[in-house]
Write a protein of this length. Structure first.
Length: 89
């Protein structure tokens, strides 16, 4: 009997993460960082980096526009001036 994590369960979890990403960003119109925080801290208990990795991999695996269009990972657009505000932090 194989040991380790069940690949089917991981695949199902990753699909659910993608669906929830769509819900929070497109249906509820939450910002990128707010949706990521909810998925990380309230729904899946994974780090934000891990969730982003899962979403990126999901897009790579599903190049079909009907599937990948509901996952839009938008990085916040910041100018150099805006970034300079965080230099003291």
């Amino acid at each position: 009997m194989p040991r380790g994590r069940n690949k089917d369960l991981i695949k199902a979890r990753n699909e659910k993460i993608a669906q929830r990403w769509y819900y929070w960003t497109e249906k509820q119109r939450l910002r990128f960082d707010d949706a990521l925080k909810i998925l990380s801290e309230q729904e899946f208990f994974l780090s934000e980096d891990r969730i982003l990795y899962i979403l990126r991999e999901h897009i790579k695996e599903h190049p079909d526009p009907g599937i990948s269009t509901y996952i839009k990972i938008k990085a916040p657009k910041l100018t150099a001036e805006q970034l300079s505000l965080f230099s003291d932090v």
